[in-house]
Design a protein around this ligand. Structure first.
Ligand SMILES: Cc1cc2nc3c(=O)[nH]c(=O)nc-3n(C[C@H](O)[C@H](O)[C@H](O)COP(=O)(O)O)c2cc1C
Length: 610
């Protein structure tokens, strides 16, 4: 971590802010706004304070470590595509035939010898300072409160190390951790994640579960913590493969969990499987709050640290954020691991404004009828890919998957109701739109095949079409058309919603000759001229089984749901900055923003159509 910080300083890639700033909202708001910029940099906050408690910290807070692609590549030590090639070669590895072949395989085999972590029998740098149980006080760490309505302070970049009850499997997962008082931390491992499966084993056996949380150290550990490794495979194997060097681990002081010797800070303890506590709310990477829910709690037995530790943290909220860059590397590195499931898969892309699990775009070589549908089922059935709510498949002649403008047109030129599959499956535990938790609707679009003829619709100006719609329903307050010259012109409308948007959709059937796809969003907090945030909103807010209608046109109800829709769960709010804190940061010159940017980034509530 220190090497990286030095490298960043030398290359002008690090912002250093020496002004005392509050761990509650001030530091997170500055980092949040910085990482949304096109030239974003990591920030080192050298003087964090906690004003409410009158505390000053001598541990600096490092944020936005994965601030852009260049730094992400530096952390990985290579371009993620080249790492993927290495994995691909390994997966296709065959016993060498002749002597020359044998010699050629030596470097590959040498790389493999570094994969397995090494357990050291002495103490690590992460144990230079040891704070025993009776002196543990989590208030002494500069833990952040990132959003105004968060249930408290959360460690947001904790590497959570656990192991199975029989000790045969080890796991590193990145899960957020809520601070409860001096010495307890909430373990937000969601139900589908590996640490949660281990926890079930301890609960069944009635045994306390050892957990150690590391913060910092080699930044590659952080990336490995979020990597969706198959169940049973320790993420530090991937670390060793990528680094070409074994991860070096030392035993925690108070439990048997091994942690990286070079971590900056380690929090050790045990989870009593009998005790759960309400966790959250927390402004999450979906850009919405996750609602309070019971999760396991760790009783801290000791905190250990390096002599001069750094405290690494991130902010999750509306895209784009650090997970854009972490997710890019993950997407690239994991491509060869997806291919055995779907051999004709050419490439895939998970746009960050689809918050990864809400939208996947995939390119494939189609060999037979129904091939794309076969892929949909394969994706929805495997590991964390099964969280994906909306999957769109295109042919090998489609534009590059990150050329969104051209790709959208390509897809629209091929979509028709019979090429849309609506299904049901598991959804990310964070998903707020499904009628029930954990299970919800899925939509797959088979956009492979021949181009459809365009010109089937009569295109009006936005103003003319809006007028026609308002004659039918005056609650429609704005309209914008997209890709009107494609085979499926889109009309997106903003609604002052008073009753279910389905009624508005039904009432617009007489206008079916003017558009092919109708998308409805709330007037509040949506800007019809901002397609990036509209994709974010729509893919978040819909449950395909309930909100997509296919006849007489394709209609998508992406409004917030409530009792008028028969929605019985609580619908969470978006992550919005605290207005007072934001204005004060602007006044003090700590962030530069104009009112248009505040709306574009959706930092404060707005209504452009009132
Ligand atoms: C910043 C950040 C925060 C995350 N927080 C959580 C979390 O609180 N709970 C969770 O289950 N997953 C969280 N994740 C996603 C997991 O890290 C990811 O799914 C990982 O692959 C889980 O590892 P596992 O399969 O070993 O459990 C987070 C990811 C990032 C990048």
């Amino acid at each position: 971590m220190k090497n990286l910080v030095e490298w960043l300083k030398e290359h002008g890639g690090l912002k250093i802010i020496d002004e005392p700033l509050d761990v509650e909202l001030e530091i997170p708001h500055i980092a949040y706004i910085e990482v949304k910029k096109s030239d974003s940099r990591p920030i080192l906050f050298t003087r964090p304070v906690w004003r409410a408690k009158g505390l000053e910290y001598d541990i600096p807070v490092l944020m936005n470590l994965f601030a852009n692609r260049e730094i992400t590549e530096k952390i990985l030590g290579d371009h993620p595509d080249r790492i993927a090639m290495g994995i691909d070669q390994l997966m296709k590895f065959k016993p060498p035939a002749g002597l020359l072949e044998k010699l050629k395989t030596v470097p590959k085999l040498m790389a493999l010898k570094n994969v397995f972590p090494k357990r050291l029998s002495f103490r690590g740098e992460c144990q230079e300072t040891i704070i025993p149980k009776e002196k543990v006080d989590l208030d002494r760490l500069p833990i952040l409160k990132t959003w105004p309505e968060d249930g408290g302070r959360f460690i947001t970049m904790g590497q959570v190390y656990t192991r199975s009850l029989d000790g045969a499997m080890q796991n590193l997962g990145m899960y957020r951790l809520q601070q409860y008082g001096r010495d307890r931390l909430g373990m937000h491992w969601q139900i589908h994640k590996d640490a949660s499966h281990f926890f079930d084993q301890y609960r069944e056996a009635g045994v306390k579960m050892p957990v150690s949380v590391a913060i910092g150290g080699d930044p590659l550990y952080i990336w490995c913590g979020q990597a969706p490794m198959p169940h049973g495979l320790f993420e530090l194997l991937l670390y060793g493969f990528i680094r070409g060097r074994k991860a070096q681990l030392v035993k925690s002081i108070t439990n048997d969990i091994y942690i990286p010797r070079d971590a900056d800070i380690v929090i050790e303890g045990f989870v009593d499987p009998e005790k759960m506590e309400i966790e959250g709310p927390f402004g999450d990477h979906t850009g919405y709050y996750t609602l309070p829910e019971a999760f396991p709690v760790m009783e801290v037995e000791a905190i250990t640290m390096k002599k001069d530790p750094l405290f690494c943290a991130t902010v999750v909220g509306k895209p784009p954020l650090e997970d854009k860059y972490m997710g890019w590397a993950t997407e690239r590195v994991f491509l060869p691991m997806l291919k055995p499931l779907a051999p004709d898969l050419i490439d895939y892309n998970m746009p960050e404004n689809g918050v990864f699990h809400n939208l996947i775009l995939a390119k494939m070589a189609v060999s037979y009828k129904g091939h794309a549908k076969q892929f949909m089922h394969a994706f929805w059935g495997v590991g964390q890919m099964s969280f994906v709510k909306h999957a769109i498949f295109v042919d090998e002649d489609a534009p590059d998957l990150d050329d969104y403008e051209k790709l959208t047109r390509y897809i629209l030129d091929r979509v028709s109701p019979e090429k849309i599959l609506i299904s049901e499956g598991i959804v990310d535990q964070l998903d707020h739109s499904s009628p029930q938790t954990l299970v919800g609707g899925k939509m797959g679009i088979d956009a492979t095949g021949a181009q459809l003829p365009g010109g089937q619709k009569r295109i009006l100006s936005d103003r003319e079409l809006l007028e026609k719609m308002r004659d039918i329903d005056a609650d429609i307050v704005a309209l914008r058309q997209y890709m009107s010259d494609s085979a499926n012109p889109i009309a997106i409308i903003a609604l002052d919603k008073r009753e279910s948007a389905k009624r508005t959709i039904d009432s617009l059937v007489p206008l079916a000759g003017y558009f092919s796809i109708l998308v409805v969003v709330d007037a509040k907090n949506n800007d019809l001229d901002n397609p990036y945030m509209l994709i974010w909103r729509v893919t978040n807010n819909i449950d395909a089984g309930r909100d997509i209608l296919l006849e007489p046109f394709i209609a998508i109800d992406a409004t917030n749901k409530n009792e008028v829709d028969g929605f019985s769960r609580k619908w969470p709010g978006d992550t919005m900055c605290d207005e007072g804190v934001l204005r004060s940061l602007i006044d003090r010159g700590l962030v530069e923003l104009d009112s248009d940017e505040i709306v574009r980034m959706s930092l404060l509530p707005f209504n452009l159509y009132s």
